[in-house]
Design a protein around this ligand. Structure first.
Ligand code: FES
Length: 296
């Protein structure tokens, strides 16, 4: 579990607050475990899957059924950006040992099941026990000019986003945030098994983490964003295309995330909790090869 360092120091007492929430969540752990066990036992062809609540960026237009799930962000001592991977536990279900990646974070249950749709449930990086790096790495293809200066696969750092308060790309307003196309938990894997993500640093995220009107969202953002950085799984919930922030001036999406396949729009400045039915992971095979858990 990442250290609960003060990510937004102006919000006094955050550290105490988050710890208190973890403690409170532990009280409800029995119910959560029971629900998860039920999912596992009723899934004949794989692990996990079922009704899942998650936080994500809101779908505001187009045919997509729901928002894109957030990947909680942390920043290490060298300024490298990382995604938080839930703690990996082994539970025995029907006399079988099953790996589960799940933790209490920011007042909610954060689980690898948040990402189990659009085929991502079959990717090695989504397996709880895959020994993959959690660093955010620059994607091989990005429509943002600034990323052409960064080697594909290089770790993204805070300093890459130093101009986030002024950055613009001639689409929509400048100064509302600096984005990157990136990958997560997919190093050395082929494209079809690479998890695409989008990273954004914005003063709006900083403000929301300090003063979002919904206390539950505020608590979640304080735990899942850091220094204005937010990240999400970049697979459209409609038919799984890869959207982008500030990619088009059309469709009212100039300052939003837009999916070019069927014009769905997502708002990274509106964080909502939603529910969906996540798909089970395929049968566990060969998991003993990599058992060190959440990676770096
Ligand atoms: S809107 Fe259809 S795949 Fe994104």
């Amino acid at each position: 579990m990442p250290e609960n360092e003060d990510r937004y120091p102006a919000e006094s007492g955050r550290r105490r607050f988050v710890k208190g929430v973890v403690g409170a969540s532990a009280l409800g752990a029995t119910g959560i475990s029971t629900a998860l066990a039920t999912n596992l036992t009723t899934t004949s062809s794989g692990a996990g899957g079922g009704a899942i609540q998650y936080y994500g960026i809101e779908n505001t237009d187009g045919p997509a059924p729901r928002g894109l799930p957030q990947i909680p962000v942390e920043i290490d001592d060298e300024g490298n950006l990382k995604g938080i991977w839930p703690e990996v536990k082994t539970e025995t279900v029907n006399n079988e040992e099953v790996q589960i990646a799940e933790m209490q974070l920011g007042g909610t249950t954060y689980s690898s099941e948040w990402f189990q749709y659009c085929g991502v449930q079959t990717y090695p990086g989504v397996r709880p026990d895959t020994d993959q790096s959690n660093f955010f790495r620059s994607a091989s293809s990005s429509s943002y000019d600034w990323q052409s200066d960064i080697e594909t696969g290089a770790q993204l750092t805070v300093s890459d986003f130093d101009d986030y308060e002024t950055w613009g790309n001639d689409i929509g307003e400048s100064g509302i945030g600096k984005p990157a196309q990136a990958t997560w938990r997919s190093q050395d894997l082929p494209p079809q098994e690479t998890i695409p993500i989008q990273v954004l640093r914005s003063t709006r995220i900083e403000e929301m983490a300090k003063s979002a009107s919904d206390p539950a969202v505020r608590e979640w953002l304080q735990a899942s964003t850091d220094q204005g950085f937010i990240a999400w799984l970049n697979k459209c919930t409609h038919f799984c295309c890869v959207p982008g922030f500030k990619e088009t001036a059309e469709f009212g999406a100039a300052n939003s995330v837009y999916c070019p396949c069927h014009q769905s729009v997502y708002d990274p400045f509106s964080i909502v909790q939603r529910q969906f039915t996540s798909l089970p992971r395929p049968e566990d095979t060969g998991s003993s090869e990599s058992s060190s858990g959440g990676g770096e």
